[in-house]
Each structure stands twice: as structure tokens, then as C-alpha cells.
Design a protein around this ligand. Structure first.
Ligand code: TYM
Length: 334
């Protein structure tokens, strides 16, 4: 059995990365690279399950790479590459399409959300997207996968697929069952306009999210406009149950100041939300301004970014090819 710990995760290059990606995933990516071997992938093939303008896609792959580096990923510690440059992802995805079950895919809530009311018009790729995600992870026999809570169901599917492969081909423990690493305190950052929806790149209003590239002025405006509550900040967490926007702002503040939500609430109880917003704006600017500036700087040197991806691809390919050789053998392919 492969007992070596290995981290894999991916981010879609579909536009500006935001505070949700940062707190739900990227921050964790950075801290994990200190302890384990890590592979981080710009998942361009996932992005095209929904139509992408080719010029935008090209730039977004580089911008996502720049965001990885700007938040602290180190190409000397972690493997950083783009999915389409390692062809093993699609080969294994095909094999796993034959292991995964239609009934399993039919339960995926993200497909239902993304496909909307007219599922007949969604791409086939969007439907089988979770199988490609399983392939991403299993291609490297990854053991740990840092993600936000929205990816939990896909991770469970990856485990089911791994388990079925191991059973079907009589190779117990061949694929490790990947464990999700989901941040405990803030697994889902919510939209600034509607606290029942997750912060997302695809929500129409840019006021719903804080982008990593936003400048201080934009951050200030967005937090000022963010929905909160007309009552003052309560004394207990329980009183925030039906106030998702207020809870979201307090949770983001607690995460960025490394203090517990209980502490933040007791510190701020009785104050107006404008008080929280001033402090929150300050901590977000402190945390993200250097990141945004670094992204802009990195984007000025596209060949540097392409070179990082090229080197990462070479390293990823070596692991992928070795594993694929064994996978083909298990199945009986010549
Ligand atoms: P993607 O590109 O939508 O998001 C990238 C990462 O950010 C997390 N995230 C959030 N976390 C907290 N609050 C939010 N509002 C929020 N929005 C996004 C996501 O959970 C994710 O960790 N299918 C994946 C990409 C993928 C992948 C993989 C991930 C493809 N293959 C293999 C892990 C392993 C996705 O669409 O993430």
C-alpha cells in the first residue's frame, strides 16, 4: 500500500479568485506545503465544461498561476502546473468514467446547480466533471485534498470510485481513499449580497465578492455595501442563526484575526455593524493588498509564469506516467 502522504488540489481558471477561494483553499495549500509533498493544479479542462472565451481562458490560466504564487505557493516546494498539459488526467478520466456509476453522478448537487433548469442543454463534460476530478486526485494517488465545503460531495465520489476500482480489479489499497481537508471555522465563505449563497466567481454582481486583485478602495466600497443587519451585534452566536450575512462578516473577521467567533462576538456585542465593517475592511486590506499587488506584478512577466507551469508539468508527468503504467496493467490494457 502507498502510505506516503501526498496532497493534491485544483482551482478552476474561470476568472478572478476571491476571498472564498483564499480562505477555503489557498491559505491551506500554502500551510500544507510546509509539511507534505504537494501538487497544485490549474484545472483548465474543468473550466471548459462551461464555454470559455479562448483568450480569456489563456489569460485566466496565467492569472490563477500568479494567484497561487502571490498567496505564497513556492514552486520549489510544490508542483504547480496546468491540467491540460498532463494528458494522463484525461486518460484516467476515461477509465474512471467506466468505473463510476450514472446513479452516483445523478446525485451531484453542483451539477444540478450549474446546469440550472434546462439540464438537456448542459455539456456532457459538466455532467461527468466529478469523474475528471477523481482522475486528477487518483492519478497521483493523493491522500489529502484541501478544498472548501462545496467540494465535499465530489470528494466523497472520488473515494467511492477509488474503492470500486480497488474492488473490481482486485487490488486492495491500490488507490488510497483521498481525505478532504476542509477548514473547520470557515469552510464556506458566503456572498456579501446574500448570506445563503456561497461567494462565487460566477455571481453576476462584483459586489458579492472580494477579489484577490481588488484594491483598497474597492474593498472599502464592497464591505460598506455588504448586507449586514439593522440590529446591533448580539451577545451570543445563537442569535445570529437567521442572520447569515451578519454571521458571514463576523466569521470572516474572526478567521482573518485568528480569534474565535465567540471571542469576536463578545468583544463586539452591542456595537453597530458599521464598527465591524471598519475593522473588517482594515484586516482584509492588510491581508489581500500585498497579494493583489504581487499578482499584478507577476502578470507583467507571462513567460516567467509559463515557465513555472512547464517545469511543474515535467514533474507531474513523471508521477502520472508511472502510476498510469500500473493502472493500465491492472485493467489488462496492453
Ligand atoms: P473552484 O475552482 O470552484 O474553487 C477552488 C477552491 O476554492 C474553494 N472555494 C470556496 N471555499 C470557501 N468558500 C467559498 N465561497 C468558496 N468558493 C470556492 C473550493 O472549494 C475549492 O477548493 N472542482 C474544483 C476544482 C478541482 C479540484 C480537483 C479540487 C478540480 N479537480 C481535484 C480538488 C481536487 C472547483 O471547481 O473548485
Amino acid at each position: 500500500m502507498n502510505k506516503k502522504k501526498l496532497v493534491f488540489s485544483g482551482v478552476q481558471p474561470t476568472g478572478n479568485l476571491h476571498l472564498g477561494n483564499y480562505l477555503g483553499a489557498l491559505k491551506n495549500f500554502v500551510s500544507l506545503q510546509k509539511e507534505m509533498e504537494c501538487i497544485y493544479c490549474v484545472v483548465d479542462l474543468h473550466a471548459i465544461t462551461v464555454f470559455q472565451d479562448p483568450n480569456h481562458l489563456h489569460n485566466n490560466v496565467l492569472e490563477t498561476t500568479a494567484s497561487f504564487l502571490a498567496t505564497g505557493l513556492d514552486p520549489n516546494k510544490s508542483i504547480i502546473f496546468n491540467q491540460s498539459s498532463v494528458s494522463g488526467h484525461t486518460e484516467l478520466a476515461w477509465i474512471l468514467n467506466c468505473v463510476s456509476r450514472i446513479g452516483w453522478l445523478n446525485r451531484m448537487t453542483q451539477f444540478k446547480d450549474k446546469a440550472g433548469s434546462d439540464k438537456e442543454k448542459a455539456s456532457v463534460g459538466l455532467y461527468i466533471y466529478p469523474n475528471l476530478m477523481a482522475a486528477d486526485i487518483l492519478l497521483y494517488k493523493a491522500t489529502h485534498v484541501p478544498v472548501g465545503a462545496d467540494q465535499k460531495q465530489h470528494l466523497e465520489l472520488s473515494r467511492d470510485i477509488a474503492q470500486k476500482f480497488n474492488k473490481d480489479f482486485n487490488c486492495k489499497d491500490f488507490f488510497p481513499l483521498p481525505e478532504p481537508l476542509i477548514p473547520k471555522n470557515i469552510s464556506r465563505v458566503m456572498s456579501l449580497r446574500d448570506g445563503t449563497k456561497k461567494m462565487s466567481k460566477s455571481e453576476e454582481s462584483d459586489y458579492s465578492r472580494i477579489n484577490l486583485k481588488d484594491n483598497a478602495d474597492e474593498i472599502n466600497k464592497k464591505i460598506k455595501k455588504a448586507k449586514s443587519d439593522s440590529d446591533s451585534i448580539p451577545e451570543e452566536k445563537q442569535l445570529l442563526e437567521n442572520k447569515p450575512e451578519a454571521l458571514n462578516l463576523l466569521t470572516i473577521y474572526s478567521e482573518l484575526t485568528n480569534s474565535s467567533l465567540d471571542n469576536v462576538i463578545s468583544e463586539m456585542a452591542g456595537k453597530e455593524y458599521s464598527f465591524l465593517k471598519t475593522k473588517l475592511t482594515e484586516v482584509i486590506i492588510n491581508e489581500l493588498s500585498p497579494v493583489g499587488k504581487e499578482i499584478q506584478k507577476l502578470l507583467k512577466d507571462k513567460s516567467y509564469l509559463k515557465n513555472i507551469l512547464k517545469k511543474g508539468t515535467e514533474k507531474a508527468n513523471i508521477i502520472a506516467e508511472e502510476n498510469l503504467k500500473n493502472i493500465r496493467e491492472k485493467i489488462g490494457l496492453i
